[in-house]
Ligand binder design. Structure first.
Ligand code: GAR
Length: 195
């Protein structure tokens, strides 16, 4: 039997993609357990979603720290204590300090709403429309020290429709993400060992 992946989820907002990860676990499409859901934002709806599923939550409120380094130190200590197989960024809107990334090589994943390497950073849907692109989508990648620049694991594409707006693209991309992220996580599960 494959090992159950031990995950920690980091999120800042609504958490709809995270909810899809929970659904995949509950439907046994993803063999994983969520050790902790951490948010930098005490008002993130994703925390409510976690609590509704009886998952452990922790707020590391960036605004309560005197500077960014203190916040990052607290986050790093928490992550090291939890020692997950993978840290899953799911709408986490902060850049992790280099030493956190170095502490978890190829163990931090991010989902980004664009076909990387195009459109790293914010406002991807607006930028895709402004450029007149025909295709858009989402990318799951390992996090490295650059901005949305780590090794790509998988992507899903959609064709932009003439009537699309930034809002409609955001929703359509999220529908892809809800399928892609659980699938990628399951694909990271270790192969069965010979006994
Ligand atoms: C997702 O579309 C994800 O790709 C994006 O935030 C959204 C989170 O949605 N992530 C980033 O922009 C990371 N820079 P959710 O809060 O509804 O899960």
């Amino acid at each position: 039997m494959k090992k159950k992946l031990r995950l920690v989820v980091l999120l800042s907002g609504d958490g709809s993609i995270f909810e899809a990860i929970i659904a995949a676990i509950e439907a046994q499409r993803l063999n994983a357990e969520i050790l902790m859901v951490i948010s930098d934002n005490p008002n993130a709806y994703g925390l409510t979603r976690a609590r509704l599923h009886n998952l452990n939550t922790q707020v590391i409120n960036a605004k309560k720290y005197n500077d960014k380094n203190e916040f990052q130190r607290a986050l790093k200590e928490t992550l090291i204590d939890l020692n997950p197989d993978f840290i899953v960024l799911s709408g986490f809107m902060r850049i992790l300090a280099a030493d956190i990334i170095q502490a978890f090589p190829k163990r931090i994943l991010n989902i980004h709403p664009a076909l990387l390497p195009k459109y790293p950073g914010l406002h991807t849907h607006e930028r895709v429309l402004a450029a007149g692109d025909k295709q858009h989508g989402t990318t799951v990648h390992f996090v490295d020290e650059g901005l949305d620049s780590g090794p790509i694991i998988a992507q899903r594409e959609l064709t932009i429709l003439p009537e699309d707006t930034a809002e409609s693209l955001q929703q359509r991309v999220k529908e892809l993400e809800k399928v892609l992220y659980p699938e990628v996580l399951q694909s990271l599960n270790t192969p069965p060992t010979l006994e």
